[in-house]
Design a protein around this ligand. Structure first.
Ligand SMILES: [Zn+2]
Length: 266
């Protein structure tokens, strides 16, 4: 017993003394977007006085971690949980910005075709569904629900709420830069490399379920008189049973597709 009493008490490991230090961040690609009014500066300096994860350093500058694909600390690639505790030069690269090395150290998924969009992105959701992409959307969804759907259904989170993207649980996400839905659509196609996966007219705009071809005879009693006369090809939602045909929907879709392809030079 006496021996036990003499055992020195362990020191608390939380209070590691670190001398104040400073980190310099260099932002590549369009990451300076997140600096707002400071957007003319691609270099930032931060003073720190305790060991801090590189994720927290990056996000304290306003850049959500899902927007960062490669982090170099003093030239070496690191993960988001890397602890910075002395002077450092930090380079940040977004997805899609070429770097000659460290291809295996990329932190983001390059391609994903399944999304969950926050309640403010209804028009973007509609556009993406029009192009055949699977987008979970509920205009009333709370943050907690969005994060749960993202995690359990393995979806990328689309939101213009930076704070939401900064949750550690978010593995894949994107902050649309534009406030215009058509431009946002192009951004998402570019970020997630979706140009080759576009499948127009295959998904319900209302409920996100896949559409299937249906014979005119099977639905004819549900059609308006003019639709009955002018159209022959129909699809029906496998979820909400909404009927689609190549009328005005299709014309608008073709126009939008054309605009998207122009943007990608194809
Ligand atoms: Zn539907």
């Amino acid at each position: 017993m006496r021996l036990l009493l003499n055992t020195p008490t362990p020191t608390r490991e939380s209070s590691i003394d670190v001398k104040p230090f400073s980190v310099r961040l260099n932002l590549h690609g369009d990451l300076d977007f997140f600096l707002g009014s400071k957007a003319d500066r691609r270099r930032l300096e931060r003073s720190l006085s305790e060991k801090t994860s590189v994720k927290d350093v990056i996000e304290s500058c306003g850049v959500p971690h899902p927007e960062v694909d490669l982090i170099l600390v003093n030239g070496m690639p690191v993960d988001f949980d890397y602890g910075v505790m002395s002077d450092a030069e930090i380079e940040l690269y977004p997805p899609g910005i070429g770097h000659p090395h460290f291809k295996e150290k990329r932190l983001q998924i390059a391609t994903i075709g399944r999304f969950v969009a926050d309640g403010h992105l209804g028009r973007l959701t509609r556009n993406l569904r029009l192009l055949g992409f699977d987008v979970a959307y509920d205009s009333q969804a709370q943050d907690r629900q969005l994060l749960a759907v993202m995690k359990h259904e393995n979806r990328a989170l689309l939101t213009r709420d930076r704070r939401l993207l900064m949750y550690a649980i978010v593995k894949t996400g994107y902050y649309p830069r534009s406030q215009n839905a058509d431009e946002q659509t192009i951004e998402v196609i570019r970020r997630f490399d979706l140009l080759g996966s576009i499948a127009p007219f295959t998904r319900c705009l209302r409920c996100n379920a896949p559409l299937q071809k249906v014979a005119k005879a099977d639905i004819i009693e549900k059609l308006e008189p003019l639709t009955k006369i002018y159209y022959e090809q129909f699809r029906r939602c496998t979820g909400c049973r909404q009927i689609y045909w190549a009328g005005s929907h299709f014309t608008k879709l073709q126009k939008r597709l054309g605009q998207i392809r122009i943007n990608f030079g194809s």
